[in-house]
Design a protein around this ligand. Structure first.
Ligand SMILES: Nc1ncnc2c1ncn2[C@@H]1O[C@H](COP(=O)(O)OP(=O)(O)O)[C@@H](O)[C@H]1O
Ligand SMILES: [Mg+2]
Length: 498
């Protein structure tokens, strides 16, 4: 007999799961499933035997239940980074088709984090999805849009004040950093507006002219400047600006170089498509000690340019405020605050044209990430693929790659070839995501569409580890506060339906 054969015939030392298998030996043919109970360690501390722990740590905001085991999943970028040490940086990237519950899930995270003392900052709410939540949390709602509110792109916001306070406290270096950051952000915003307006990025000479003109403007004025003041500086042609324009002492040459710039700035500062929102003094300055939402829902879908510009401006302002708050608390001048920054509908800002990814990248960088979590939300990788140049796509892909965790909802099959190299999905995971994008069935009894199969279902991926499939169930309060079909429901009630 071969050794292999020997092991096979040797009698087992212990009975198997069904007892000693075979007739007359007590084999159990029918197995009663054991009842399962779930409880916290405090509630069931004395229970023994057969206790099993859950797979993921119970650290963070309770998000949903594991689809197959029913175990609770607690998960949010800040807790998983700071306390559970599961992810490399406190950020989450959401991908998934529309109306499958991305914003709703992020809102759950934000509400939970607010309970831990983290301030949610929603930088640009197009629906509005978050206004009710922020209002319920006692936060600040900043309305932007034609006739609703202005955001002056040249307003340094709290930066001036903060730099002064830092100087008084003897932190010269930090004060300079804040000023440099504010200058950079304002320049990026003006160039972004020009790029969106002209559908073409400004040339590098024009950028240097703007850069220098902004510096001159800051030296000249004591009040907060607006775009019209910037235009005046360029028209006045101070020496330092003429120097970077390289006009070689020829004023006619200077006028030729700055002509395009002047025309664009005139268009912006006289109102125009974009100017109305960005060229007036800021109506409602952002606070750093409260939850904040920028309500930009009045900008309609057809105004694509304005949407991108508004989103970009919100991100710029929001990140500037967070940076300032962090610098002030590092210097001991303000209490340490934690923020959860939400950027929904990322693709709407990216598609505004060439180089937009770079601007988003530079505006959404934080000098200090201590206690700041970010959430970026978009539909699909194909949205990023549709960006004007391959470089833009690579950079946008970097947003996903650099995120601490990626949470995917239902996605089409065509996404998988692009997504798998970035997120590392197994075949089973891919099949699951694709099944979640199936259209909803028709519920003939109720005469309406049933819930789509992928509603509230997500796969949580961290690094190359197997994903955690979860289902998010809304609480009664959440259902009431966040009914995005509010108007629709009111209408059907008015229409006399039961
Ligand atoms: N887990 C869920 N259970 C039930 N309804 C949900 C759930 N998540 C979202 N919804 C509902 O589905 C709709 C779309 O959700 P939303 O979060 O706006 O989707 P997305 O941001 O992905 O487009 C909303 O009306 C919302 O109330
Ligand atoms: Mg949404």
């Amino acid at each position: 007999m071969t050794p292999h054969h020997k092991t096979k015939t040797r009698a087992p030392q212990r009975p198997g799961a069904r007892g000693w298998v075979g007739r007359g030996r007590g084999e159990a043919t029918l197995l009663d499933p054991a009842s399962e109970f779930r409880g916290t360690t405090v509630q069931v501390c004395g229970l023994w035997p057969w206790v099993a722990g859950s797979g993921t740590p119970m650290i963070g905001v309770p998000i949903g239940r594991h689809i197959s085991t029913g175990a609770t999943l607690c998960c949010d970028p800040i807790s998983w980074f700071q306390r559970a040490k599961l992810i490399r940086n406190p950020s989450v990237f959401f991908l998934g088709l529309t109306s499958l519950g991305k914003s709703t899930t992020v809102r759950r995270m934000a509400t939970g984090l607010a309970g831990y003392g983290v301030l949610p900052m929603v930088l640009g709410d197009l629906k509005p999805d978050y206004v009710d939540m922020v209002t319920a949390l006692g936060g600040q709602v900043i309305r932007l849009g034609r006739g609703r509110g202005h955001l002056n792109v040249l307003d340094p916001g709290e930066a001036k004040n903060a730099a002064r306070r830092l100087r008084e406290a003897g932190c010269e270096k930090q004060a300079q950093e804040i000023e440099a950051d504010a200058h950079g952000r304002r320049l990026t915003m003006v160039t972004a507006l020009l790029a969106i307006l002209r559908k073409q990025a400004p040339s590098d000479v024009e950028e240097s002219i703007l850069d220098q003109a902004l510096r001159v403007l800051d030296q000249q004025t004591t009040h907060t400047p607006v775009l019209a003041d910037l235009l005046t500086v360029i028209q006045q042609a101070p020496d330092s600006v003429r120097e970077v324009a390289v006009d070689r002492g020829d004023f006619n040459e200077y006028q030729r170089i700055t002509r395009g710039l002047e025309a664009s700035l005139i268009s912006l500062s006289r109102g125009g498509r974009l100017g109305e929102v960005f060229a007036q003094p800021t109506t409602n300055p952002m606070r750093m000690d409260r939850p904040v939402v920028y309500d930009v829902s009045s900008v309609t879908e057809t105004e694509e340019d304005l949407r991108s510009a508004v989103l970009l401006a919100c991100w710029s302002n929001g990140f500037a405020t967070v940076n300032i708050a962090q610098a002030l608390s590092d210097a001991g001048l303000e209490p340490r605050r934690h923020y959860f920054v939400i950027m929904d509908e990322l693709w709407q800002a990216l598609r505004a044209g060439t180089g937009m990814v770079d601007r988003v990248d530079s505006l959404t960088r934080l000098n200090r990430t201590v206690g700041v979590g970010t959430a970026m939300i978009t539909h699909t990788i194909s949205d990023l693929r549709a960006l004007p140049t391959p470089e833009d796509y690579l950079k946008a892909k970097g947003f996903v790659e650099r995120s601490g965790m990626v949470i995917c909802g239902g996605l089409p099959q065509a996404e998988m070839s692009d997504l798998t190299p970035i997120v590392g999905l197994s075949q089973a995971e891919q099949d699951m995501l694709v099944s979640w994008q199936d259209p909803p069935a028709w519920d003939s009894r109720r005469g309406e569409e049933a819930e789509p199969p992928g509603l509230g279902k997500f796969l949580v991926k961290v690094g190359g580890r197997p994903g955690i499939p979860i289902r998010v169930d809304l609480t009664v309060t959440e259902r009431q506060i966040h009914d995005t079909n509010k108007l629709w429901h009111q209408q059907s009630r008015l229409g006399g339906q039961p």
